[in-house]
Design a protein around this ligand. Sequence first.
Ligand SMILES: [Zn+2]
Length: 182
Amino acid sequence: MNPITAVTRAVARGLSMDGSPRSTLRTDYLIDFAALSGKKYLLNFMLAKYTGNQQATQYTIQIVREIGFRIADAKGWRMESPRTMRRAAELAVQIHCHPRLGHLCRRCQGSGNSQAGQTCVLCSGSGVAPQTDEFYASMLRIDKKSYRQTWKSRVDALVNILSGFESQLIAEYLEKVSHETL
Ligand SMILES: [Zn+2]
């Protein structure tokens, strides 16, 4: 039996590979599925997002950067320097995979509480607050105007690519499971 078939049969029985109940679409299962899919970029993306693995994160940044250059070619994006794309890829991966790192509340540093132990007024206790355009511009090492007019939408486009990776994986997973269950 090929490995994917083995996994999907286990899932169809409501089991994980180690025999524990798998009642929902769990991250660890999606990571297994990405590994078995043979798509290196998907596995690295999932590991970057859900385990914070550094090597996987670097690989994912590299993939996003290459995709970014392909879009840039196709759409005729002008850019300050090729390094800006590398930084935009890093930022997109950070925003998508580790939103708390890129969006730590400036007031409470992510704790959600003031020093007196009360709920932080800026982030209402979530620990997460949007950064300023200045902050993102400084991450890309470009000026604020260039970020707002040009790079903000480009970074969004790269973030959407990462969301697409995950929806693709989930769609393939559900397709496989429903096929196996029939
Ligand atoms: Zn806060």
